[in-house]
Design a protein around this ligand. Structure first.
Ligand code: CTP
Length: 401
């Protein structure tokens, strides 16, 4: 969730500031680009050099770049716009009160007022300060601005007193933000089932019937769904691809029969199913126990039809939004529409083999999205990762309509 995101960490002057070194480390480990702005007093609690080293960016405190000429300044507007997310931790009563009242007497406050991104703050102060009506008014006001409070926890405080006011632990701050952001994602609490890749149909212990599908389109759909907050079951035929996203449960299968059973196992609790696999339509009637020897001049394999996974899901469909793929070479739109009706789909994604840049083994695809009302949306040739986002946008627009 933090991968590739620009995160601005504002640190104010409280003893909990020493914990921000761990916070920076965790954000960097999660793939974020982190810039740190310190108030002047925060520098007494945590070393700017440590923070600069961990964040791999200069740490900023004042409007003027100290090491350079007086006319060179740290642009608070640019910093505010750079950030995808601003986190103020620890947030002292003093800074929170200033934020709530639009006071702008240091760089951190100017950046806060310039930031258009979501703002989270993790208060840290003594228990009586935390409970004071004035502090509570600051919290309320900041909430009304859309800022999000990461509540302080209870425990022993720097004063020696015991109570509420400890800054949340860095790991908990990260989890809190992740959970909060996840709730705003369009596929939060949704389960997505994706089939991907080819299937291999055994002839004997060493040979099979297969196809050139790499699985990339299906894997990209799985990743895009997970990035949008879904829990994903990815049922994949043999593919060299892998997944790293924690919300994707990869179930590897080999044959169409195995893919059929795994897809059906998960379909009842699925909200959206996208069948992107290039399933073998036929399999050998019998599988030889031993390797077939090249004895005769001719060898005939008898093939029998595999079950159509998509068709059978269409027959069992209740509230699921079911999407299939069609790969056509002629009468593309008409054939795709027929498939959509025959398999009881909510939408079909048409790839035409006549389009350069579309199809197997390529990193790009060119699709037309056709919904059950036969509305068509045609897209240009794009990277499959972008095609996956386009497909999910079309689905989300329809399930939320
Ligand atoms: N599909 C499936 N199980 C099969 C065959 C296909 O789930 N045994 C799914 C594919 O994942 C894809 C869609 O059905 O979503 C493709 O439909 P299909 O009828 O196989 O069309 P084509 O592959 O385009 O082939 P044909 O036109 O020969 O039917």
């Amino acid at each position: 969730m933090f991968g590739g995101k620009n995160i601005l960490l504002g640190i104010t002057g409280g003893i909990a500031a020493y914990k921000t070194t761990f916070l920076v480390r965790l954000l960097i480990k999660a793939g974020a680009d982190v810039k740190v702005v310190l108030t002047e007093s925060a520098g007494s609690f945590v070393s700017p050099l440590t923070l600069a080293t961990l964040s791999k960016n200069p740490v900023l405190t004042s409007f003027v770049k100290e090491e350079e000429h007086i006319t060179d300044w740290n642009n608070h507007v640019e910093l505010g716009l750079w950030a995808d997310l601003m986190l103020i931790a620890p947030a002292t009563a003093n800074t929170l009160s200033k934020m709530a009242n639009g006071v702008c007497d240091n760089l951190l406050l100017a950046v806060y007022l310039s930031a258009k991104c979501p703002v989270f703050f993790a208060p840290a102060m003594d228990l009586d300060m935390y409970q004071h009506p004035s502090t509570q008014v600051s919290f309320e006001k900041l909430r009304s601005f859309g800022n999000v409070i990461i509540p302080a926890t209870s425990g022993e405080l720097a004063s020696g007193l015991y109570g509420e006011g400890r800054m949340a632990e860095p790991e908990d701050i990260i989890v809190f933000i992740q959970e909060h952001l996840a709730q705003g994602l369009p596929l939060h609490n949704k389960k997505v089932l994706v089939t991907a890749g080819p299937t291999y149909e055994a002839i004997d212990p060493v040979r099979f019937i297969g196809n050139h599908s790499s699985g990339l389109m299906g894997y990209e759909i799985a990743k895009a769904s997970a990035d949008l907050g879904a829990q994903v079951i990815l049922v994949s035929g043999p593919s060299h691809l892998n997944v790293t996203h924690p919300a994707i449960n990869l179930q590897r299968v080999v044959s169409a029969e195995q893919m059929y059973h795994t897809a059906h196992e998960h379909f009842p609790e699925t909200d959206i199913a996208v069948c992107a696999a290039a399933v073998s339509d036929y399999r050998p009637r019998t599988v030889a126990d031993q390797k077939i020897k090249k004895e005769e001049n001719e060898l005939t394999l008898e093939l029998v039809k595999n079950k159509d996974i998509l068709l059978s899901l269409g027959e069992q469909k209740k509230d699921q939004y079911l999407v299939g793929f069609a790969l056509e070479t002629e009468n593309e739109i008409e054939n795709a529409k027929k498939k959509l009706k025959k398999k009881n789909l909510d939408a079909i994604v048409l790839n035409s083999l006549n389009d350069t840049g579309a199809g197997f083994g390529k990193s790009t695809n060119k699709i037309t999205f056709i919904d059950k009302n036969l509305n068509l949306t045609a897209f240009d040739v794009k990277e499959k990762s972008v095609v996956a986002s386009d497909i999910l946008k079309e689905i989300i627009n329809r399930i939320h309509a």
